[in-house]
Design a protein around this ligand. Structure first.
Ligand SMILES: Nc1ncnc2c1ncn2[C@@H]1O[C@H](COP(=O)(O)OP(=O)(O)OP(=O)(O)O)[C@@H](O)[C@H]1O
Ligand SMILES: CC(=O)N[C@H]1[C@@H]2OC[C@@H](O2)[C@@H](O)[C@@H]1O[C@H](C)C(=O)O
Length: 399
């Protein structure tokens, strides 16, 4: 506890942010040097790696991932195993970077989301109105395994304080990437796509907010895996670019009530999975569509979801600077579709703001840990769109 109090007083902290998202591609490990806190935060990314998951790790996570019913024994074992596994991956990165664990002040571990259940999505009669979410990878195992104080499970406090547990990006985006001269949309194209809107203001956080917009890469990856066993995704969007959008299927997919629901909304592969896609294909007689046409339609869906949420928040013709991050930022087909759907916007990546696009989410959790230990909670946004003023993350000590 003394060590924590001392960390809070330090002018700067070295924090490793860890994120393993819905794509199950691997663990993002970002060693950040954070100076100060709040709006005065300055961040240096010292090292970054995505440690890819092997097929066996993916298989284990998929045993429970986004499934309504699973083996409770398997879930219990996976929680402990992932904690140990993530600790080993962190130690592996530190060895490679020649950084001793004792030189790192904190780990900020997001964990692996295995089920996200906002009230609008589960509608379980026993739990009306209850938002819930579950991230695995127990942080006591990580703290003991690495010897580093670990903060984890950031989403529960957000739910306890009235949110849906996601997206949390608004907090870090606001602290790190706001501008007094430019109105910005920070668009992360992960398995699920989400954006943070940052108005052209200084310290006023009331109009900032973030929301999920629908699928990013999750359906694209699922279709690719189904058709090509050896591929994880449509590299550079080449297959999608060779196909044509099927207007009927796209309209059916977009008819889901998620796309008209009030902002902010959160979602996951529990909704945007193969059941949703197969139902829409069956309904429109498109089960025999070529893989290229199917991918072209799904790229269009991801872009249309983003544009729909942007119009809902910002009016019919949003005209602002959009900064991309996440794996989908590497997909030219998706970028072209976004530009078509939001013609008045100017597109770049967060690299232009000094933040490595693939590292952004891991960095955000390092920032949340920094705020939990050294900051003063602030609220971002107002009303339903508010990220309440709370410290997020639970503390696991190594001893
Ligand atoms: N060169 C590329 N071409 C096309 N798609 C790519 C490329 N590189 C990465 N991707 C896509 O990005 C995905 C990984 O994205 P990312 O790591 O941002 O997801 P995530 O963090 O798991 O998602 P989430 O933010 O929803 O939790 C891959 O599965 C793939 O679909
Ligand atoms: C429940 C959960 O893990 N949600 C993730 C997921 O991945 C993208 C999108 O869905 C976003 O809502 C969130 O992650 C980011 C980091 C967030 O909370 O801002």
């Amino acid at each position: 506890m003394q060590r924590l109090a001392q960390l809070a007083q330090q002018p700067s902290r070295r924090i490793i942010g860890l994120m393993s998202g819905t794509s199950l591609d691997g663990l993002d490990v970002a060693l950040c040097h954070l100076h100060g806190h709040g709006l005065a935060t300055r961040l240096e990314l010292e090292h970054f790696a995505t440690v890819p998951y092997d097929e066996e790790t993916r298989r284990r996570i998929r045993q429970v991932f986004a499934r309504e019913q699973v083996s409770l024994e398997y879930l219990t074992l996976l929680h402990a195993w992932l904690g140990r596994f993530h600790a080993e991956l962190v130690l592996g990165c530190l060895r490679e970077w020649q950084v001793a664990p004792a030189e790192v002040d904190l780990l900020a571990s997001h964990g692996q989301t295995v089920y996200h259940a906002p009230a609008h999505q589960h509608q379980h009669p026993d739990f009306p109105g209850l938002n819930a979410t579950l991230q695995l990878g127990d942080a006591d195992h990580m703290a003991v395994g690495t010897g580093i104080i670990t903060l984890s499970d950031f989403r529960q406090k957000h739910i306890a304080a009235g949110g849906e547990g996601a997206p949390l990006a608004a907090y870090g985006d606001y602290l790190l990437l706001g501008s007094s001269t430019e109105e910005r949309l920070l668009l992360n194209l992960g398995g699920i796509a989400n954006f943070t809107y940052l108005p052209r203001t200084g310290p006023d956080a009331t109009a900032a907010f973030s929301t999920d917009t629908g699928p990013g890469n999750t359906l694209l990856d699922a279709v690719v895996r189904q058709h090509f066993f050896h591929l994880a995704y449509d590299e550079d969007g080449l297959l999608a670019a060779a196909g044509a959008v099927h207007a009927g299927l796209l309209a059916e997919l977009l008819a889901h009530p998620f796309f008209g629901a009030p902002l902010p909304r959160t979602t996951g592969p529990e909704l945007f999975g193969t059941v949703y896609l197969q139902a829409a294909q069956a309904h429109t007689g498109t089960t025999q569509l070529s893989v290229e046409d199917l991918l072209a339609t799904l790229v269009e869906l991801s872009a249309a979801g983003v544009a729909q949420a942007a119009r809902q928040a910002l009016g019919e013709q949003p005209a602002l600077a959009v900064y991309l991050s996440g794996g989908g930022a590497h997909n030219p087909a998706l970028r072209a579709a976004l530009q078509r759907h939001l013609p008045a916007c100017c597109f770049a990546t967060t690299a232009d703001l000094g933040v490595l696009p693939d590292a952004k989410e891991a960095i955000l959790f390092a920032l949340l840990a920094n705020e939990a230990v050294a900051g003063q909670p602030i609220s971002i946004g107002t009303g339903r769109q508010c990220v309440p003023a709370v410290r997020m993350g639970k503390i696991s000590l190594p001893d």
